[in-house]
Design a protein around this ligand. Structure first.
Ligand SMILES: [Zn+2]
Length: 351
């Protein structure tokens, strides 16, 4: 698997670590059977790093389709907005935790600030951690915090999570549903896009509703990216990308990180734990066939969602690579999907 180190589009390990009672060091560096990512399982699975999300949850929001069933699927009401103060406080804590982990790792994990850091990490056994913020609630209307977070290592930002904020509105979790669920970016959101371009912070379109997606696409001068989303044509869930959105990402020389999230894989939208590995691969194939192999990558959502038993956790990633090989992906394609596409897009965005 050494040929195919995986840069992964999205994980929520920092939130998991924040919510556990265990000390940070034990919870990350000792192997556990809980959740998806810890350092030993990541190393064994060839998870070379990726986007570590800074994310402030909406209190009491439960992403449970079972409680909101409809005739053909489910419709979970959109999560409530959260306030700046608590989001800012928690974001500082989670970024600080990222630096604590870097120190405790004694060279095993590195926070990535530029493209040279990333390619160096890929050539060694150093885990590459890109600090990503999922939802911009921690950023004030003057965007001062954006500059401070940039200096603290922030290199990727999702304008919204699946809820409204001062910058735009996310998609609620709904099946079946188009991603066209609400209003687009606010004026402040448009300002945020330009400021991220100026700083060289990657903009993640995942969780944006369709109007917000097109607003961002129109303003940004960087390749379009969705770090953890799938093809709407194969699973018509609100969070997945329509063919038109995929085309725009391809035309911009951007990339989609295919997620293993169970509720975003199957044509019937059902989160069946026994969903086969092929269900993930079908989304990879679909996007590659539609917009090209240069525009598809991986975006697990490990520790932020439920994934098929066939993958299990980070240690199960070699099984995904093997299944792709069996489906006919050659070495060149696998290198692109596992890391080269992320490196190209980040190189163009951070420059
Ligand atoms: Zn997410």
């Amino acid at each position: 698997m050494d040929d195919f180190p995986i840069i992964d589009g999205h994980n929520d390990v920092l939130l998991k670590l924040h919510e556990t009672d265990q000390p940070l060091e034990t919870a990350f560096f000792e192997e556990s059977a809980e959740g998806h990512i810890d350092f030993p399982r990541a190393a064994r699975g060839g998870l070379a790093g990726g986007f570590f999300a800074i994310y402030s949850p909406t209190p009491s929001f439960k992403n449970n389709p079972q409680n909101h069933l409809t005739e053909h699927g489910y419709d979970i009401p959109i999560a409530a907005a959260i306030d700046y103060e608590s989001a800012n406080r928690l974001s500082q804590r989670m970024i600080a935790d990222m630096y604590r982990l870097e120190k405790q790792s004694k060279g095993g994990l590195r926070i990535i600030k530029n493209i040279d850091n990333l390619t160096q990490a890929l050539h060694t056994d150093t885990m590459a951690a890109i600090i990503h913020m999922e939802g911009a609630e921690a950023i004030d209307s003057d965007l001062d915090a954006l500059h401070v977070f940039y200096q603290a290592g922030l290199r990727s930002l999702g304008i919204v999570w699946s809820r409204p904020n001062a910058f735009g509105e996310g998609v609620p979790f709904r099946f079946p549903s188009s991603p066209n669920t609400g209003s687009g970016l606010t004026d402040l959101g448009k300002k945020l896009v330009k400021e991220c371009n100026a700083l060289g912070i990657m903009l993640d379109m995942t969780h944006l509703n369709e109007k917000g997606f097109w607003d961002t696409a129109q303003i940004t001068d960087a390749p379009l990216v969705a770090t953890h989303s799938n093809a709407h044509a194969l699973c018509p869930m609100s969070r997945n990308l329509t063919d038109k959105q995929l085309d725009a990402i391809g035309e911009s020389d951007g990339v989609v990180g295919v997620t293993y999230s169970l509720n975003m894989l199957n044509p019937d939208g059902k989160p069946n734990l026994d969903t086969p590995m092929e269900a993930i691969i079908r989304h990879i194939e679909y996007i590659a066939e539609r917009v090209g192999i240069d525009h598809v990558a991986l975006g697990s959502d490990f520790d932020g969602t439920t994934v098929p038993r066939a993958v299990g956790d980070a240690a199960g990633l070699p099984k995904l690579i093997e299944a792709m090989q069996q489906r006919g992906f050659n070495n060149e394609a696998l290198k692109k999907i596992t890391h080269e596409n992320w490196v190209r897009v980040l190189g163009a965005t951070w420059a």
